[in-house]
Ligand binder design. Structure first.
Ligand code: FE
Length: 132
């Protein structure tokens, strides 16, 4: 069971960087190729920048060339929630953190490997915990 993290909008605004707030709490998207983890190959665990939830392992990260960190699968399927997102005239599937509800990015069906999934995630929504 995941303990949910619930905070007011004002609390989030105070605690998060302006960039992380915009993505996690306002469903924003960081500019392509701008994020700190786009090209990162360092081994470790990517946690939610909002609540620390364990989201993605570096083993599942690959370079999709799209400008955002891309993963074939979450560390644990129960740590993310998927939701239809039809904003901007596009049919996409939104990826949210299951603990704090923060917006992470979207998942697409053009990924490599057996699942064919590409979890396209905003860098600023993540914090890399390097492997020790
Ligand atoms: Fe979270």
């Amino acid at each position: 069971m995941i303990n949910k993290v619930t905070k007011t909008d004002e609390q989030w605004r105070k605690e998060l960087s302006p960039e992380a707030y915009e993505v996690l709490r306002r469903q924003g998207t960081e500019p392509a190729f701008s994020g700190p983890y786009d090209q990162t190959t360092e081994p470790g665990l990517y946690r939610c920048a909002g609540c620390g939830n364990e989201l993605f392992l570096s083993d599942s990260k690959y370079d999709a060339g799209c400008g955002w960190p891309s993963f074939v699968a979450p560390a644990d399927q129960s740590h993310v929630e998927l939701e239809a997102d039809n904003r901007y005239g596009m049919e996409r599937v939104e990826v949210r953190c299951s603990r704090c509800g923060g917006h992470l990015g979207h998942v697409f069906d053009d990924g490599p490997g057996p699942t064919g999934k590409r979890y396209c995630i905003n860098s600023v929504a993540l914090t890399l915990d390097p492997k020790k």
